[in-house]
Design a protein around this ligand. Structure first.
Ligand code: IPD
Ligand code: CA
Ligand code: CA
Length: 275
């Protein structure tokens, strides 16, 4: 149903991904946007490249990109009657990228509004994620999904695992740039219950790794819509569940997320509840 949009998103993520991979090898100009929050010349150029492609192919679509936040083609003030909103993270995992690690990705999600409504705030619009693409060029892994049609890694269909007890689960988490301590009680609590916890450094990949059956669950606080849009759809399409850390439906602007293989979802939420 959304084949052309998916094809476009894959092509664009690959183009940007190949570019950032080459730039990483060449050497980067690294700046700090906020405390510990890095940005490189390649983050900015990758986002410009993606926005240019979207504007060319879909001139009436809106775009929210991390580095240029809240851009709309014609005017910047609201999300008027654009039916589609692209959520773009030009490099997710910039700290890894800047340190020459491979665990980073280009993440592109597409949100479709359920009805035409005018809002100055994307947050108040209702709709659903319909396309998600996360491309990790350093490892040449491309995760993708369209609503209702399953999830894939490269050309292979992916599925979450069947592990049904937290004690046998491998989990991932992350720590926000601001207010890192918010996650420590959760980290401590989960350490006592699960097999092990990883901190990969790229939210989009953490989500895709749950989808691909590498992790049983992933939670984090302080995220932005471009970090999670694509990965959340990819988990759901791989048979997993995505909520916030209280078990409520995710709000892309709500900042906290818990994605799992579904089987260990409730048990983990019970652990969170007792923190
Ligand atoms: C960050 C990464 C990281 C997560 C941070 C995100 P960025 O995105 O996904 O894993 O812990 O909360 O902001 O800044 O590299 O695009
Ligand atoms: Ca990010
Ligand atoms: Ca980023």
């Amino acid at each position: 149903m959304y084949k052309d949009l998916l094809k476009f998103a894959i092509k664009t993520a690959k183009k940007a991904g190949k570019y950032v991979l080459a730039e990483q090898k060449k050497g980067l100009i690294i700046e700090e946007k906020g405390k510990n929050d890095l940005v490189t010349n390649a983050d900015r150029a990758s986002e410009e490249m993606i926005i240019k492609e979207i504007n060319k192919a879909y001139p009436d679509h809106a775009i929210i990109g991390e580095e240029s936040s809240f851009i709309r083609k014609s005017d910047f003030s609201d999300y008027a009657d654009s039916e589609y909103i692209w959520l773009v993270d030009p490099i997710d995992g910039t700290t890894n990228y800047a340190h020459q690690l491979k665990e980073y990705a280009v993440s592109i999600g597409l949100f479709k509004l359920s009805k035409k409504e005018k809002s100055k705030n994307f947050q108040y619009l209702t709709g659903e994620l319909i396309v998600g693409v996360v491309y990790a060029p350093g490892m040449n892994e491309l995760f993708s999904a369209t609503k209702g049609e399953g999830a894939y890694m490269n050309d292979k269909k992916i599925q979450v695992t069947k592990i049904n007890e937290v004690k046998n689960g491998l989990f991932a988490t992350g720590f926000p740039y601001k207010n890192q301590g918010i996650n420590l009680p959760y980290f401590n609590a989960m350490m006592g219950h699960c097999q092990a916890i990883r901190r990969l450094g790229a939210a989009s990949l953490d989500l895709c790794y749950v989808a691909a059956g590498r992790f049983e669950g992933y939670w984090e606080f302080g995220l932005k819509p471009w970090d999670i849009a694509a990965g959340a759809l990819i988990i759901e399409e791989a048979g997993g569940t995505v909520t916030d850390t209280n078990g409520n439906q995710i709000d892309l602007f709500g900042a906290d997320i818990f994605g799992s293989n579904n089987k260990i979802h409730q048990e983990t939420l019970n652990i969170f509840k007792n923190i």
